[in-house]
Structure formats: C-alpha cells, structure tokens
Design a protein around this ligand. Sequence first.
Ligand SMILES: O=c1[nH]c(=O)c2[nH]c(=O)[nH]c2[nH]1
Length: 311
Amino acid sequence: MSEPGYLSAARYGKQLVKVARVVREGDKHYIVEYVIRALLEGDIETSYTKADNSVVVATDSIKNTCNIFAKTSPHVLNAPIFALHLGLHFVTKYEHITKAFIDIESLKWSRIEVDGKPHKWSFVRDGEEKSTVEAVVDASAGTDKITASLVVGLKDLLVLKTSGSAFTNFVRDEFTTLGEVSDRIFSTSVSLQNTISLPPNTPLSIDNLTSIETELDFPKVLPQIKKDVLETFATDESASVQATMYLTMQNILTSCPAVKESSMQLPNKHYIPINLSAFKLDNGLGYEGGAEVFHPSADPSGYITATVTRK
Ligand SMILES: O=c1[nH]c(=O)c2[nH]c(=O)[nH]c2[nH]1
C-alpha cells in the first residue's frame, strides 16, 4: 500500500545541553553557563522513511560535541561566536549535514564586588534574565559558500516603573470597561531578538571566526542593547507598551549599527489598583492615578509584539 504522506520537513538534535566553562587567566577566572540546543538538517530523510540510521549523527554525539567545544573552542566565552563555531563544525564535519541550528541561553554570573572591586573568582546570580543566541549555519550551497544568520537577544528581563506611563484615547465602545489613566504601573518581562549583519565579503569559515569576533565586538554590543532597553523603559513618558517598545527598538538600531532588525515581545503585567472605598480609604482609582495598593495580576496579561527593520 502506498503511504498517504511524504516527509516535508525533518530536523533533529539535542536540546537542554547544560554546560559551564571556567577560563582561568592566572588567578582571574571567567565563567559561562550555557543551555544549548543543537539541531541538524540535511540528507537525513531515510532515517525517518527507511529506518536507516546510517545517516544519523547520534544526538548523544551532538551533546558530546557541545561539551568538547566548551573545552576546546577559543570562542567559548563569546556565546554568539561560539554558536557559529559549533554550527560551522557540524556542516563541515559531516558532508550530508547541510544546516545547523544552534540556540544558546546564557545564565547570568556577575562578579561579586568586594570593597568596590570585582572579585577574581566569585560570582553571583544577580538576575534571572538570559542572554540568547540563535545561529543558523547553512552550507547547502557548498562548504565554500557557507552563509549564516545570527540573532542575539535576551529574555526574562523583568522591569517595572511606578510612574511615567499612561494609557488613554483607546477605542471606547460597548465592550469597554477600562478607565483612562494618566499615571499607572508599567511592568513587563522583556524578550528581545536582534538580527545581526555579519561582516560582508567574509567567507564564513572556522578560520575567519576570530576576525568576525573582533569586528562584531559582542562584549560591547550586548551590554549596549541591554542599556538601551533599560534606559528607554525608565525614561520614556510611555503612552503605551506599543509606543515604548517601538522607541526601544529605534534606540537599539541607532546605537548598534550591526543590528539590522529588532523584534520584541512584551507581556503587559497588569497591576490593578485595589478598591478600598468600603474601608473609607482613597486608593487613587481615578484618571490621575496615584494608587498605592495594587493587585499584581498574574493573568491574563496583555501581549504586545513588534519588529523594527532598518531602512
Ligand atoms: O499599553 C497598553 N497597550 C494596550 O494595548 C493595552 N490594552 C489595555 O487594556 N491596556 C493596555 N496598555
């Protein structure tokens, strides 16, 4: 009997590969802690359609490769370049693997300050936000014509402001109960992805990674992006989540020439003023705001997304 369907997409690999790497420069130490997802595409159809494992690089070997590269890659402290290195390895090592998808989440380890000075080997988890990388390395046109896309960003960056946020002039009809406010709490958990322009005229290869690493300067760019996010959030007289997120991405495009597109997803984590009038307490429920007691509402939340692309 002929099969009713055909294999229209296939990709596989290992996810949740957790690895930490210490780099020691004398008694000054560095640490990164990564959660890696490495997925492969290529001439792997027969593993699905013919039970042919001869085309399968075992996901266990993919995990081993992540650990080996954590030890051997000269780019291990620079997550976006490390992701490109891993991806380039898979598409050059295995002739039948033509695309590699490497995602990395970096957990936050910041140096502990002692007497105002960063300690040499002690670190603190001072925030749940993760720095993110999504790299796609594509050798489908041949290993001498490898291309890649690279997206860097962050997620789970929780922020809140108690003033400088209004929401007025929205559609008011028979479905509307929300009052207009000139002053409210604005809180969100920032997810942000920035598409990076890779240096032009540089054939993508493992040999060129060091010059790409120098040119893109992620140790400078990534903190700049976070600074843009936090400073825009703090200082914008926000008319809405939509308007503030748009301004944030324009500021990133201004400060980071290597970013060609920026996308954000922001939940609007509502803080709802509690009505205390039954207790003869005025909790500032009107247009002017000024409420002091709120219900931090877990759900539902607004969910606002946008992409800004360089002209
Ligand atoms: O900044 C906001 N944008 C909205 O689209 C919206 N909708 C809503 O109920 N409150 C808000 N706040």
